[in-house]
Design a protein around this ligand. Structure first.
Ligand SMILES: C[S@@+](CC[C@H](N)C(=O)[O-])C[C@H]1O[C@@H](n2cnc3c(N)ncnc32)[C@H](O)[C@@H]1O
Length: 303
């Protein structure tokens, strides 16, 4: 009894300290902490002390970094003048430029992305199950972060070798990369570079949560790069929150607003992506959807 009173008191003190450092009400700390735990930004260190997180200051900093997404939500001016990119308005630079210049924000953002991937890789693998991967020997995961999806594919398809292309700082976070952790380094290389400049040769490309960050012209520029580099009648697989018809409620419709407010991108319908693919020299093949998954996959072949 005395011990449990001690734990409750410690928990209250911890919550107040986090709330003070964030200038928020302590009642909201549980929700914020839960959100950060879901993004793998906080660790729960003991079964008996749910708020026993690894470090108060790390928690507070992580929450403040993540809050930058919300600070960029300049809904009214963006809707009025149509000039997208709330991150640019709020922080004076497009999000990925800001990330490059701010290592701390970058670390939090990249961790959040990799954490989403733990669920999203499973959706992508399930959506791709009807695709024939037997002829694909080399695959490049473009903007592939720490390589969670690439490693999922390497595990599913033993003949495959993968390159994970991302910004140098992202692939430079060596303690966060999945391939060494999963013993897949021999079949997976990490390459730092700019996907708008050059992509490595491959039989197939995959892009998860990448095209939705960019406007149509930027997407076509990227897809043209892939088309130039693809080997033979290669493939491209685009994994995103594709928007279904107006009658179907879907998470993509909320995320579309988020992308509109944060960056230059948007969520697209399958028909809209097919147009961009065609403009870049790809032929749309199929839209693979799986029940209860927010993501789906659009597959195309070099035309
Ligand atoms: C929304 S994240 C998605 C990451 C990963 N595909 C995933 O699903 O977890 C977009 C990724 O694109 C990368 N990126 C942005 N601009 C890039 C560029 N010019 N060249 C290469 N990668 C870029 C970012 O660093 C980031 O890892």
């Amino acid at each position: 009894m005395a011990a449990s009173k001690g734990i409750s008191a410690r928990r209250r003190t911890l919550k107040r300290a986090i709330a003070r450092s964030l200038t928020i009400w302590s009642q909201t700390v549980d929700s914020a902490a839960e959100f950060c735990r879901a993004l793998d930004l906080l660790q729960q260190t003991g079964a008996r002390s749910p708020v026993a997180i690894s470090s108060i200051s790390a928690a507070a900093e992580a929450m403040q970094e993540i809050a930058k997404c919300v600070q960029s939500w300049h809904l009214v001016p963006i809707v009025r003048d149509g000039k997208q990119d709330g991150f640019l308005r709020e922080f004076g630079a497009p999000m990925f430029d800001y990330i490059r210049a701010n290592p701390h924000y970058s670390a939090v953002f990249n961790r959040a992305m990799t954490s989403y991937s733990v669920v999203e890789t499973q959706w992508a693998l399930a959506a791709l199950v009807s695709e024939d991967f037997s002829q694909i020997r080399t695959l490049c995961d473009v903007g592939g972060g720490h390589g969670h999806l690439a490693c999922g594919l390497l595990s599913a398809y033993p003949q495959l070798r993968a390159t994970v292309l991302d910004l140098p700082d992202v692939v430079g976070e060596t303690d966060r990369l999945w391939a060494p952790k999963l013993g897949l380094s021999q079949r997976c290389r990490y390459l730092g570079g700019d996907m708008f400049h050059e992509v490595p040769l491959a039989d197939a490309y995959i892009l998860k949560s990448v095209l939705h960050n960019w406007n149509d012209d930027e997407c076509v520029r990227l897809l043209v790069n892939l088309r130039r580099a693809v080997v033979g009648a290669g493939r491209v697989f685009v994994v995103d929150f594709f928007v279904p018809g107006p009658e179907e409620p879907h998470f993509s419709k909320l995320f579309d607003i988020h992308m509109m407010l944060m960056v230059t991108g948007r969520e697209r319908t399958a028909a809209e992506l097919a147009e961009l693919l065609a403009a870049a020299g790809w032929r749309y093949d199929a839209w693979h959807r799986v029940p209860n998954a927010f993501h789906s996959v659009i597959a195309a072949t070099a035309a």
